[in-house]
Design a protein around this ligand. Sequence first.
Ligand code: ADP
Ligand code: MG
Length: 227
Amino acid sequence: MVRFVGVSLLYPTGTRALSDVNLHIRKGEFVFITGASGSGKSSLLHLVYRESEPTEGSVVVAGQDVAAMDRARVPFLRRQIGIVFQDFRLLPQLTVRENVGFALDVVGASRREKSRKVPVALELVGLTHKAESLPDQLSGGEQQRVCIARALVNSPPLLLADEPTGNLDPETSWDIVQLLSNIADRGTTVIVATHDKYIVDGMRKRVVALAQGVVVRDDVGGAYDYA
Ligand code: ADP
Ligand code: MG
């Protein structure tokens, strides 16, 4: 689903964010990208959805060479990728149902498709009963669930989460990561960037650890280690 071959990323400022990263993530896998703040986790995810392009090497996502991709094709790439952020990014004036439906509006889905898919996504994250609430009427964990529903409503084969538990307490963080893991069990490839040692240690999933832009560990069923 995702392959990095000899990927380096040098920002115009001169910061080398990633150095010779080689990575192969299979369909349906659940992978943590760990490392201290500034180690290159977000930069790695940015390359997957063509928020930035590698300075060297190739990035292949769902069979497409992302680095070489024509700019016009980027929106089609992004339709295959759901993204969840630390800071939720929900539209405050829209209800939960409307926020999730908005992700379908932007890809031109019909009203009928929306009325079919939005309830399924809300059911998946356990928020059917909050469909008519506004984001500020929800807890942080509930808001993150809405974001996950929004990311998944198009049924993308790949879900990226960048510090999804960064604004949540430990117990809620654990619930969110369990939900992400259940999503991977249903066949979606899930990549979670986090520096949250508690959840990484508890999950025993594959851990790709970065230190100053270099992959220093790639362990199946690993625990957190700053290396
Ligand atoms: P992490 O997500 O692990 O905290 P990042 O990928 O955000 O790490 O950052 C990796 C390095 O790249 C850091 O040194 C950071 O300051 C730098 N960096 C990140 N984004 C940019 C950018 N847009 N321009 C220049 N440097 C950046
Ligand atoms: Mg980051």
